[in-house]
Ligand binder design. Structure first.
Ligand SMILES: O=C(CO)[C@H](O)[C@H](O)COP(=O)(O)O
Length: 219
């Protein structure tokens, strides 16, 4: 199983200070930075797009883990590649041509991820899981930070981990000190967390604890 990667969600940061917030997280020990891209259509919230990724890229070399909560994810591949995104994570529910999209993302030079909403069957991921770098199993309905972790998403993580021992499996939504153990035990190794890291008195300690718990569950 791949090693732990902790990816703080900048959705919980002060957007007015995005570059210093991003660099602060890397200093606190984050492996990646999770960028929540929302279009106000696929999800009922509107956040950032490629221009913000491009601006942030001028201030950091960090791995930018971009979660595209958008309809028509095909539309933004070139813009995100040019902007300096590291991973393009699109939703399986948002496209009817996942294979073509995977190939386009690969050709652009970015890593490929597929995200899945809580109510979507994990069976939809299996045909593509050996062609992608990461699968993001959402543990809240996408759209907003600060929601409650959905325990009933864990069987999806477990089933995916059993079939794909080497795949990066990311979880996102409600990850905190009281839910990390369950997610790690199910087989998640990439942890996205907004509220629990940004609102912590000691983000470094939270990041380290997450990493230690995930790595201790690896077999
Ligand atoms: O994708 C997201 C919402 O759609 C966020 O990344 C996620 O909810 C993280 O926030 P928190 O840790 O506060 O739950």
């Amino acid at each position: 199983m791949p090693s732990a990667k902790i990816s703080p969600s900048l959705l919980s940061s002060d957007f007015a200070q995005l570059s210093s917030e991003a660099n602060r997280m890397i200093k606190e020990g984050a492996d990646w930075l999770h960028m929540d891209v929302m279009d106000g259509h696929f999800v009922p919230n509107l956040t950032i797009g490629a221009p913000v990724i491009k601006a942030l890229r001028q201030h950091t070399d960090a791995f930018l883990d971009c979660h595209l909560m958008v309809s028509n994810p095909e539309k933004w591949v070139d813009d995100f590649a040019k902007a300096g995104a590291s991973l393009y994570n699109f939703h399986i529910e948002a496209t009817d041509k996942p294979l073509e999209l995977i190939e386009r993302i690969r050709k652009s030079g970015m890593k490929v991820g597929i995200a899945i909403k809580p109510k979507t069957s994990i069976d939809l991921i299996y045909p593509f899981a050996d062609k992608i770098d990461l699968c993001l199993v959402m543990t809240v309905e996408p759209g907003f930070g600060g929601q409650k972790f959905m325990h009933d998403c864990m069987p999806k993580v477990k089933a995916l981990r059993e079939r794909f021992p080497e795949l990066d499996i990311e979880v996102d939504g409600g990850l905190a000190l009281d839910t990390i153990e369950e997610a790690a035990k199910a087989g998640a190794n990439v942890i996205v967390a907004g509220t629990s890291i940004f609102k912590a008195d000691n983000p470094k300690e939270v990041i380290l604890t997450f990493r230690n718990i995930v790595n201790s569950k690896q077999k």
